[in-house]
Design a protein around this ligand. Structure first.
Ligand code: C2E
Ligand code: MG
Ligand code: MG
Ligand code: MG
Length: 279
């Protein structure tokens, strides 16, 4: 009987695996066609100065709307895009679309803000990366100071070449943020050797503000200040979290409590200043 069960479990397991694989292969096939079919669009999530309530920037977040699969989360397809190399054309499309949109806002007379674009390790380590960014800025006419590239700890610290890439971005006057800070494995002292403008405190620390996480958040804010970097806390969902960050003198914030990611058409109202009455 036990043997029978074992066999059934095994069959069940392989069947599940097969389905998972088939699903992944379908997603991969569809991902190849998504760009030319115009299935991607960007949502924008505002980033605010916590003291003044002014919107300082927006993060561009990719969305994939597939006719059958529905809305596919970037958490599901970005890793696949990285694996297959499709992140190169997709990432370039994100960069172009975000820069073009920001330029349009400026031309419409809105106060200038920065647009943050997430960059994958696969993009960052391409020898042509800096040139691609430069080209996109030239094509769209966006001044480099209004572009922020969000990198992660691991991609910056792993590569040999990352130093010179970061220096080139700095020379171009492009803003650089370290995303999801605190979840990677950077040695804190190595941070000062890199040309990073801003630390983004990972949302897991803000989510549950127990004593440990409060201490970590406070430490990152102090670290950023002493290294003369800006600091932004992301994933703020409640008034309590916002109030704590204000008390800690965190400069910048981003999260559902202030504004969710939204399509470009809904952004106009957020340019009014100051926007939100903060705690
Ligand atoms: P991320 O760069 O850390 O982006 C923040 C994520 O947190 C976004 O999820 C955003 O919608 C979500 N978020 C914002 N505020 C809150 C909040 O208050 N509470 C909670 N629970 N979540 C909040 P999203 O849009 O699903 O993106 C997930 C990840 O996918 C991003 O994490 C980023 O790593 C990646 N990603 C998104 N767009 C792109 C892209 O264009 N290129 C690349 N390479 N990666 C992207
Ligand atoms: Mg990000
Ligand atoms: Mg993040
Ligand atoms: Mg993240």
């Amino acid at each position: 009987l036990a043997k029978e069960n074992g066999k059934n479990n095994y069959q069940f397991f392989t069947k599940e695996l097969d389905e998972k694989n088939a699903q992944k292969m379908k997603m991969e096939r569809e991902l190849h066609k998504a760009l030319e079919r115009g299935q991607f669009h960007l949502h924008y999530q505002p980033q605010f100065d916590l003291q003044s309530g002014h919107m300082l920037g927006v993060e561009a977040l990719i969305r994939w709307e597939h006719p059958e699969l529905g809305m596919v989360s970037p958490a599901d397809f970005i890793p696949l895009a990285e694996e297959t190399g499709l992140i190169i054309p997709i990432g370039k499309w994100v960069l172009q679309t975000a820069c073009r949109q920001n330029k349009k806002w400026q031309e419409a007379g809105f106060p200038a803000i920065r647009v943050s674009v997430n960059v994958s390790v696969r993009q960052f380590t391409q020898p042509t990366f800096v040139n691609t960014v430069k080209e996109v800025l030239e094509q769209t006419g966006l001044s480099p100071e209004w572009l922020d590239l969000e990198l992660t700890e691991s991609m910056i610290l792993e590569g040999e070449c990352s130093h010179s890439v970061l220096q080139k971005l700095k020379d171009l006057n492009i803003h650089v943020s370290m995303d999801d800070f605190g979840t990677g494995y950077s040695s804190l002292s190595s941070l000062r050797h890199f040309s990073i403008n801003r630390l983004k405190i990972d949302q897991t620390f803000v989510k549950t503000l127990d004593d440990t996480n409060k201490a970590i958040v406070a430490m990152i804010i102090t670290l950023a200040k002493s290294l003369k970097m800006d600091v932004l806390a992301e994933g703020i969902e409640t008034m309590e979290q916002a109030a704590f960050l204000k008390e800690m003198n965190c400069q910048e914030v981003q999260g559902y409590f202030f504004a969710k990611p939204m399509p470009m058409e809904k952004m106009n109202v957020f340019f009014k200043r100051p926007l939100v009455a903060f705690p």
